[in-house]
Ligand binder design. Sequence first.
Ligand code: ZN
Length: 60
Amino acid sequence: MAFKKFERKPGGDFPRQMFQGDWTCADCGTKITELPFQPSADRPIYCRDCHAKRRSQFRR
Ligand SMILES: [Zn+2]
């Protein structure tokens, strides 16, 4: 009886869905063409850098 083991790839367990579009960062104005999450219309969109910056600032 063959039993297949799940192989974990280094760097990611599963493929991430990316959302394609044309946005502008609300903080620095960088063009954003890809987001790892579904952007909501009533929320400002930030680029990777600003998103990380805001997250680190949020937890003081
Ligand atoms: Zn930005």
